[in-house]
Design a protein around this ligand. Sequence first.
Ligand code: ZN
Length: 301
Amino acid sequence: MSYILGIDIGAGSIKAGLIDRNGKIHKESTARTDASMNNDHFAHAISLAIDSLLDKNSIYGIGVGSPGPIDSKKGIIHSSANLPKLNQFEVLQYITNKINVPAYLNNDANCAALGECYFGKAKGSKNLFVFTLGTGLGGGWVYEGKLFNGFDGNGMEVGHTTIIKDGAVCGCGNLGCAESYFSAKGLLGRYKDETGTTLNAVSELFVLVESGNAAARKILDLGCDVLADAARNIVNLLNVDSISFVGGLTQSWHLYGERLSKRIHSSVFPILSNRLNIYYGENQAILGAGSLVMEGEKLNG
Ligand SMILES: [Zn+2]
């Protein structure tokens, strides 16, 4: 049996797994990371996550997903918001020194999009856009099985497109970005603007919505409409046949999904609406990273 090694570098951990071409995870391993880690510490954490999985006879490719900014061609993580002491870390070089097989690095939102296309509910879509609903709002576009990479693999920053003119201040410094309205950060920020109250986690906001709290409902509805407008822009621009919403915030889909889907379908061109599929659900980041290997095979013949 031959496996792909998928590695996901997340906010507080590195997750690795051996996967097959059908998207089944056969063996997994995790190592924790923390904000004090420099390049050497981080290299050690990668070893902890992958060394127990490294069977040189059975792994034929490696895919790594990481938050940006990265250089996908050179296999470098430039820096990371969660690991501020990381600096120009040559992640693919480090791993291929241990096992010399084809290896790929890409932005985590791009990996989520590719994973959804190869293994998720939108499997087989010819033209798919994926929104990642988490701490921030990310995006990735897969056209005919191939990622749109942009410059060096830094992805489709749909969260930082302007939806509300002169709207709320975003972490990127601009006003009215989609992420400022629909993301864990954005929803909490807008709730604080509305009520003066700081919530500790977005799950608290969803509990308030479920209990009938009017301010929480208002903020979620506003965020939902902003997200729908961002999706409308994408559908009209790229003519996608499918949109997938993935990530932690989809656990509360029942509180906003119907409104979101209706607003997207009713606002895009009718001819596009008729054939548009909308999916949602959690995704497995290890599979997304691993799917880079399958895309690489396709591109390299
Ligand atoms: Zn922004």
